[in-house]
Design a protein around this ligand. Structure first.
Ligand code: FES
Length: 280
């Protein structure tokens, strides 16, 4: 069993969970993920890791409350134990001296891009971090990111901080750096990964995305996380989660991610409506 040390809603809809998982924390590397289960008969869900402390034996993740299972995780009380924290899973993000790297994170990816930016900085890269959200109140960990970045840039859809719009603003942001960007690394929702890759393709900058398909075992056995990259079938859990964003079959991935929408997301939203209706 794995004790939950912290469960804090860090911004609306995103919960920071810190779990005691010493064996996992000891081996964790940037870009890897864990599979969590909130209860014995619960669903297994993959979550990118945002930080860890090998000495304390803890692992920190950002859980975005979007469906029944993430809602259960988000509602867990501090101090209780959960049955499953499996990891580290997946291959670490490739970290070497690339030159200038743009790290882009949105929603839970603002957290999971942090250890990647930190590791890149430790390798003496120039690190420009771009974080994206609907509005400024949805940003978090800005100070942590600032410490490992040469520059931090914000994009908000409502224009309340930084550039107004979405990742379509990347070309002008890159131009404003006044130096070539050698690599882009993106963490966040599938839409952000796809849009970021679409925008960077014409710029000819190698773009690495951390894919987030539905998973079950996370060890290459079930086939659920199948994705197509460069016309080849890959399993995101063991071949990824990082892939070349310009080679991913995004239409297939977006379609496969909808498989359990009816069972997972729609009842969650419906029950929330009922809950609000009851309270009003
Ligand atoms: Fe089962 Fe990847 S989650 S093969």
């Amino acid at each position: 069993m794995f004790r939950l040390i912290t469960n804090q809603m860090i911004v609306p809809n995103i919960h920071l969970l810190t779990l005691e998982a010493p064996a996992v924390a000891r081996q964790m590397k940037p870009g890897q993920f864990v599979i969590l289960r909130a209860e014995e008969d619960g669903e297994r869900i993959p979550i990118s890791v945002s930080d860890w402390d090998a000495e304390k034996g803890t692992v920190t993740v950002m859980v975005m409350n979007v469906g029944i299972t993430t809602d259960r995780l988000a509602s867990l009380e501090t101090g209780i134990s959960i049955p499953t924290v499996v990891g580290p899973l997946g291959n670490p993000t490739k970290i070497e001296k690339f030159g200038t790297v743009l790290c882009l994170g949105g929603c839970y990816g603002i957290g999971s891009i942090f250890p990647i930016a930190r590791a890149l900085k430790e390798k003496n890269n120039r690190v420009f971090t771009v974080i994206e959200a609907r509005s400024s109140y949805l940003f978090y960990w800005e100070e942590k990111l600032r410490k490992v970045s040469d520059r931090i840039v914000h994009i908000t859809r409502d224009g309340t901080k930084g550039y107004r719009g979405h990742v379509g603003r990347l070309p002008e942001i890159i131009k404003s750096f006044q130096e070539p960007v050698n690599r882009i690394i993106i963490n966040g929702c599938t839409f952000l990964l796809k849009r970021g890759s679409d925008v960077s393709r014409p710029l000819g900058i190698e773009t690495v995305v951390s894919l987030n398909p539905i998973m079950i075992d996370g060890t290459g056995m079930c086939g659920v996380c199948r994705v197509t990259v460069g016309s080849t079938t890959k399993f995101a859990c063991v071949d990824g989660p990082d892939f070349d964003g310009h080679q991913v079959d995004w239409a297939e991935l977006l379609q496969r991610r909808k498989t359990y929408m009816k069972e997972e997301v729609i009842p969650h939203r419906t029950s929330r409506c009922e809950e609000h209706a009851r309270k009003s």
